[in-house]
Design a binder for this molecule. Structure first.
Ligand code: DGT
Ligand code: CA
Ligand code: CA
Ligand code: ZN
Length: 621
């Protein structure tokens, strides 16, 4: 029942916001929703006892009554009342980036907007400009946001595609006759969004029909689009709860359809490496590799790397022996290239680097070890989480719970970084509450041994670039993550100045989710990244790759620029709940797409080295 209750409470909050009711009412509903979502037990077990409900922190008498009412009747009368006041299309408008409750209310009440279609109409005919606070600039921004939401809506965030892909692969691996199973395509390359999921299996010709049939009959398949023995396509259901996320104290849902396309290819076991390489792509990478093959007198396709003999019939159909085909590594080596990890296969200079790495390796063993990027960061390298929230702000775990989780996951360090005072919706800490919180963090160190618990804060970078606490308060902290949360539609010039000022404060260790973008939802800041990176390098500030699948901010191309400039990078999960630690792999994939060596990532350092680095700014030992 927890999820049903939480969802209703957060819907009430959004409606209250929209109807301009007391802001604190909405905040308390949002907060209660979050608390209930995070409960370890089913709230239905105590729903008939308002006294017990009220014992839960964050649930007051009024909300307790609503929960009891829901348990009794399956409804919340207040929600029914609120919903009667607002057309459903209006509520949906609040999912458009940059459209807050105030603006939606104006559009609706004064502009007669009932849904997205009518909003687009008043933008198109210009009548939107006559509404209060709607200048040419803000309308242009709004138009961009609508475009962004509409065109990117079709691509699925990596974090939602990965579990679907993994489920299909592990199910296919168990099917009789399947020798190998893997996903390929953009999912294997770790792109931030996925168009469709490509699943590859190796099976003998005689088994192909049976294997493809088993694929089309897997649980979760809602529709069969193509049904061949070698190629099949289906639509697979996406678990609706997986699309839910919570950032900055607000619960939301990613705008994804109910299903995603999954393509299957069944290939002969002897062609496994060639097929995996071909279907991993990217397309641009494949084209480059094919050109290289031709220059070497070879031809490359999904069956193998063959001698080029000018014959028009494909070599595999003429029984020509491939030069290499069984593994990707053999094919790379036959092309005189070091193995290129999937995340790098984007035609961004990786082939030249692989050529040099291979040429420098003289023995077989050296070629095997030759790397495109020396020490490219891996999941197992990450030993510290430096951005995490507790129940003191908008997280769901206690300090101790967080520390134990981090320890259990093999980390030597966990930083507790709750929100600062200006993040009101996320229950940010006043300077006084922070002081108490730091004391509680110090006390927790005695109870949880074997992991370093750092007292930190995720400090808001205000619109002008100043930090949300004064220097005396900041001096209490072992680690400062500074992040932009508000005024995210600032002009690029102002955004650059803002981030650079925070970096230059001398107080900041890590710049958290530097642009504030949310994938498919909010464009975030577009600062001059070269200037931000240069400042970060000069002031020894690490730029964060926020590993949450809605953020992945820094994005891969910015990571690459930062890496090239010699800037430090942090990869953090921005933990709010235990499960958020699992997002780490998406952050690491983004880092790899930016060619990040482990050495340049502060989360891979030893506890002592990390502490020394942090201590340079704090003076703490
Ligand atoms: P997506 O699905 O839009 O996120 O991106 P991908 O990269 O997964 O693309 P997809 O599913 O169309 O195709 C999977 C891989 O198959 C792609 O990365 C490379 C290969 N591929 C597809 N079409 C072509 C093509 O026309 N030429 C070449 N060389 N390779 C292709
Ligand atoms: Ca694909
Ligand atoms: Ca595909
Ligand atoms: Zn944040």
């Amino acid at each position: 029942m927890n999820e049903a209750v939480a969802e209703r409470l957060s819907r009430i909050a959004r409606l209250q916001d929209l109807l301009g009711e007391d802001k604190f009412k909405a905040i308390s509903h949002d907060r209660a929703a979050r608390v209930i979502e995070g409960l370890a037990f089913d709230i239905a077990t105590i729903a008939d006892d308002p006294a017990k409900l009220r014992e839960i922190e964050g649930i007051g008498p009024k909300i307790a009554d609503k929960i009891a009412e829901f348990a009794r009747t399956g409804k919340m009368a207040e929600l029914v009342e609120l919903e009667a006041k607002v057309p459903p299309g209006v509520l949906a408008l609040m999912n458009i980036p940059g459209l807050g409750p105030k603006t939606v209310a104006t559009l609706w009440k004064e502009g007669g907007v009932k849904d997205l279609a009518s909003l687009k109409k008043i933008i198109a005919d210009g009548s939107i400009l006559s509404l209060p606070r709607m200048g040419a600039k803000s309308v242009e921004k709004l138009r961009e946001s609508i475009d962004l939401a509409e065109q990117s809506g079709a691509r699925l965030p990596l974090g939602l595609a990965a579990p679907v892909g993994e489920r299909f692969v592990s199910a296919m691996a168990k099917v009789k006759g399947v020798k190998q199973a893997a996903f390929a395509g953009s999912l294997r390359r770790g792109r931030e969004t996925i168009g469709d999921i490509d699943v590859l299996v190796a099976a003998a010709d005689a088994d192909a029909a049976h294997v493809a049939g088993a694929f089309r009959a897997l649980p979760g398949v809602s529709q069969v689009l193509a049904a061949g023995d070698r190629r099949s396509s289906v639509r697979a259901r996406i678990a609706p709860e997986s699309a839910r996320f919570s950032v900055e104290g607000r619960a939301g849902e990613a705008d994804v359809g109910p299903t995603v396309q999954v393509d299957l290819r069944v290939v002969p076991p002897a062609s496994w490496g060639a097929a995996l390489m071909y279907f991993t792509g990217s397309k641009e990478f494949n084209i480059r590799l094919r050109e290289r093959s031709l220059r070497m007198g070879l031809t490359l396709n999904e069956y193998g790397l063959f001698p080029e003999d000018g014959d028009q019939t494909p070599p595999q159909q003429r029984g020509v022996e491939p030069v290499a085909s069984e593994t990707e590594e053999e094919i790379f080596h036959a092309l005189k290239l070091a193995y290129i990890p999937p995340e790098l296969r984007e035609d961004r200079g990786e082939i030249d680097r692989a050529e040099r790495a291979f040429a420098g390796a003289k023995t077989r063993a050296a070629r095997h070890a030759a790397a495109v990027v020396e020490g490219l960061v891996e999941l197992a390298d990450i030993k510290a989480e430096l951005h995490a929230h507790t129940t003191a702000s908008d997280g769901r775990m206690s300090i101790e719970g967080l520390a134990r989780s981090a320890k259990q996951r093999g980390f030597h360090t966990i930083a507790v970084t709750d929100h600062s005072r200006s993040s009101v919706i996320a229950n940010g800490l006043s300077a006084e509450r922070l002081r108490e919180h730091v004391a509680a963090i110090h006390a927790a160190r005695k109870r949880v041994r074997g992991v370093h618990i750092l007292a930190g804060s995720e400090v808001d970078i205000l619109a002008d670039g100043s930090l949300d606490y004064d220097d005396r308060t900041l001096a209490l902290l072992d680690v400062v993550v500074a992040s932009p949360h508000n005024a995210l539609s600032q002009e690029p010039e102002a955004a650059t100045g803002r981030l650079v000022r925070a970096i230059e404060s001398g107080r900041v260790h890590i710049l958290g989710h530097p642009t504030g973008r949310l994938i498919n939802r909010r464009a975030g800041l577009s600062p001059d990244m070269a200037r931000v990176i240069a400042a970060a390098r000069a002031h020894d500030v690490a730029l964060e790759i926020n590993a949450h699948w809605m953020r992945l901010d820094l994005r891969d191309t910015h990571v690459r620029a930062a890496v090239d400039a010699g800037c430090l990078i942090a990869i953090d999960c921005d933990v709010h709940a235990e499960g958020d630690f699992d997002n780490l792999r998406f952050g690491v994939q983004t880092a790899r797409r930016g060619w990040l060596p482990a050495e340049q990532c502060v989360n891979t350092w030893s506890a002592a080295r990390l502490a020394k680095w942090l201590g340079k700014k704090t003076g703490h030992g």
